[in-house]
Design a binder for this molecule. Structure first.
Ligand code: FES
Ligand code: FES
Length: 174
């Protein structure tokens, strides 16, 4: 005889995703990665190991990089989530995305969203990271294509471009 297991209770979740507040009823045991992919439709959040070990699912939670596959969605109530989909502005790649493209930091691309979000978290708290600091920040992100050299170079390029942009005078108005 098939046993009926109790369904997990649902709760109302309010959180800001890529700058927009949304409200959804979610099961108490729903993982953030599944919520973002299946409810919010943000499939740039990749699921590799599904156990907190590969970093493919990395997103920013209040600006800090976290593995969304081991984070409960309800723990994010009232907080801000950023995913790879939130980086580009008006169809233009942001500096990290562009640097990954130019440096060939992407091969199959599966690890790339998680790598970029981990790098974004790093550059926000440390705009001038050393190579060791970059490699340490990426230590939870695995690339099966082993493109680490180009990934680190891309992050250094992006950091430099962001610093240059911060000191350049604004273009004169016509
Ligand atoms: S899928 Fe989340 S850490 Fe691997
Ligand atoms: S580019 Fe293929 S896993 Fe990293």
């Amino acid at each position: 005889m098939q046993k009926d297991y109790p369904q997990p209770r649902k709760r109302l979740l309010q959180l800001k995703v890529n700058g927009r507040w949304r409200e959804d009823a979610v099961a108490e045991n729903q993982l953030l990665a599944d919520y973002l992919r299946e409810v919010a439709g943000l499939t740039g959040v990749k699921i590799g190991c599904d156990g907190g070990e590969c970093g493919a699912c990395t997103v920013l939670l209040d600006g800090e990089a976290v593995p969304s596959c081991i984070t409960l969605a309800i723990r994010c109530d009232g907080r801000a989530i950023e995913t790879i989909e939130g980086l580009a502005r008006q169809g233009r790649l942001d500096r990290l995305q562009r640097a990954f493209h130019e440096r060939l930091g992407t091969q199959c691309g599966f690890c790339t969203p998680g790598m970029i979000m981990a790098a974004e978290g790093l550059l926000r708290r440390n705009p001038r990271p050393t190579e060791l600091e970059i490699r340490t920040a990426l230590s939870g992100n695995l690339c099966r294509c082993t493109g680490y050299h180009n990934i680190v170079a891309a992050i250094r390029d992006a950091a430099r471009a962001m610093r240059d942009a911060a000191v350049s005078p604004a273009p004169a108005m016509a």
